[in-house]
Design a protein around this ligand. Sequence first.
Ligand code: F1P
Length: 345
Amino acid sequence: MRGLQTLREMMEQPAAWSSALTRFETDAGRVDRLFDERTPDEGVFTGCGSSYYLSMTAASAFQQITGLRARAVPASEILQFPESVFAQDASLLLVAASRSGTTTETLRAVKAAGRQGIPTLSLTCAARSPLARASDLALCSPSGGERSVVMTKSFSSMLVLGLLMAAQRGDDSKLRRELRRLPALGRRVLKIALPLMRDIGATASRFVFLGAGPTHGVAWEAMLKMTEMAQRTAVAYHPLEFRHGPIAAAGPGTVAVLFGTDAGADMETALVRDLRKHGAAVVLLRDAESRPAEAEVGVSLEVGLSDASRSVLYLSFAQALAYWRAVGAGLNPDRPRHLTSVVRL
Ligand code: F1P
């Protein structure tokens, strides 16, 4: 079967999270030191492609957990519009994610920040990469590196590192406990996600991925996975934004995947109804089935995690869906068209 490499790396995610959790224990003190010495009052999270999308989720969770301002910007924006990102009077920390640690825009953004005296922290799978060396502190996912072009375990394991950093800075022992549960839960979730997503959207013309707060970055990553692996039309939005225009294109042939949040459960349930009314098929992922929704496919994980930690588990559904749509179309997920694992300018 085609795409075995990617499939293997998807299955290796729980082990990669375990390694990231273990490695972080030795780095936690360094995170504290960096924050205590440089006292940033805002985190700018950056990266390119998948690494930018994981930055979205990490930034959202970081602000919620620590109370410090945080936002995500693509690394290219830092190069093209530095004044729009680095405000003069702010005390910033740049958090840069990159699997390879060699992506040109991300590396240049970190070097530009360094020249301006802005402290830099990287999340990477390559501990000796130029990015890691250029950063004040590098948090590494030791088993996150892939042979595949598309990112699966690197994404989720670097996200685990980002969430660990937030838990450390926010001194959030509940989040820490949740993150430690992820490897065991991830193994269970993979067993559900892989068979479940096999036939969803086989004849769909369009995929819509919806996520709010920490799940918004997951929605973008789901869009990218579908685009990279299966070359299918895919878009990502905040759930309630979807009514403000994009819903005009929804109908039979649309598959909408909603990465549900506890914070917005009632409003998301109402959106499922509207999507179904217009003929879209809806896959609703959430924690508990406390508010029944009329989704075509409803998954209640019932893991009792916060929206931020559950985001990591949602990724398997997005990856599996893109994987099966690629295989079903006769494409090889291991060899996506026009792509290389690193973009160097
Ligand atoms: C990230 C990235 C991937 C994408 C592509 C090229 O690289 O943009 O998201 O799939 O194939 O690389 P990195 O900075 O995380 O190494």
